[in-house]
Ligand binder design. Structure first.
Ligand code: PEP
Length: 251
């Protein structure tokens, strides 16, 4: 039985005081809920402050990115050990904004995922097709290729620690959500790819859907057999709306 996981990706939003205010409003709204494991990924600059505000709660802290080396001359980069030091249990890698705006490739993402696991942090590995690729019937080629490339170096013994986020790029921040059936079709394909790669451990890997998830659609998405949670951008910035998503509640 896979525990649902709902993660907030705040992207480049919230100053430290805003992160603290979010925690103060959000925690009372979810403290009696065990519907899902809840994860917050603030900007690096708010990790320490938010981590302090979450102390004593079950809500987990996450990074939005990482550099796959422990230390060294890598100006402005953040290592897995630095994230672990601030209490991060998860970190997002391969988000489509990183792939598109910063030209990150699968082999680099694979190094990040492995470096995180070695530091005791669970990677949330994002994959997803652009609209033109979907329309050209290339979803499996694109998503399968991203999965094989981004997970290339993960040992089977650590596979159950992975989280995969399927985020169709055309649904991110656009208000257009894949229907639960469209999402399930790709999640089923991802599960099959994971089982070819990792065998029985694939059944333990949680696969999140991401792309305009909100209180109005979370419950229907979660009814699908291979949707184990969500990675949420816009709707995670407001404590009330993200609490509804994290409680897997229809509004
Ligand atoms: C995301 O950035 O991962 C995301 C899914 O954003 P949104 O929920 O705003 O579409």
């Amino acid at each position: 039985m896979r525990q649902p996981i709902i993660a907030a990706n705040w992207k480049m939003h919230k100053l430290t005081a805003e992160a603290t205010a979010f925690a103060e409003s959000f925690l009372p709204l979810v403290q009696d809920s065990n519907a899902a494991e809840i994860v917050l990924a603030p900007p690096f600059t708010a990790l320490a402050t938010l981590g302090a505000a979450l102390k004593g709660s079950a809500v987990q802290l996450a990074g939005q990115n990482v550099y796959p080396e422990e230390k060294g001359a890598f100006t402005a980069e953040i290592s897995p050990q630095m994230l672990a030091d601030l209490g991060c249990r998860y970190t997002i890698v391969g988000h489509s904004e990183r792939r598109t705006l910063f030209a990150e490739q699968d082999d680099f993402i694979a190094r990040k995922a492995l470096a995180l696991l070695d530091a005791g942090i669970r990677p949330i590995v994002c994959v997803g097709e652009h609209l033109e690729e979907r329309e050209a019937g290339r979803i499996e080629e694109v998503v399968g290729g991203q999965l094989r490339g981004s997970l290339a170096s993960i040992p089977t013994g650590k596979a159950s620690e992975l989280v995969v986020a399927y985020e169709p790029v055309w649904a991110i921040g656009t208000g257009k959500t894949a229907t639960p059936e469209m999402a399930q079709e790709v999640h089923g394909f991802i599960r099959k790819e994971l089982s070819e790669r990792f065998g029985a451990s694939a059944e333990e890997i949680r696969i999140q859907y991401g792309g305009s998830v909100k209180p109005e659609n979370i419950a229907d998405l979660m009814e699908q057999p291979d949707i184990d949670g969500a990675l949420v951008g816009g709707a995670s910035l407001d404590p009330t709306s993200f609490a509804r998503v994290a409680r897997l509640q229809r509004s």
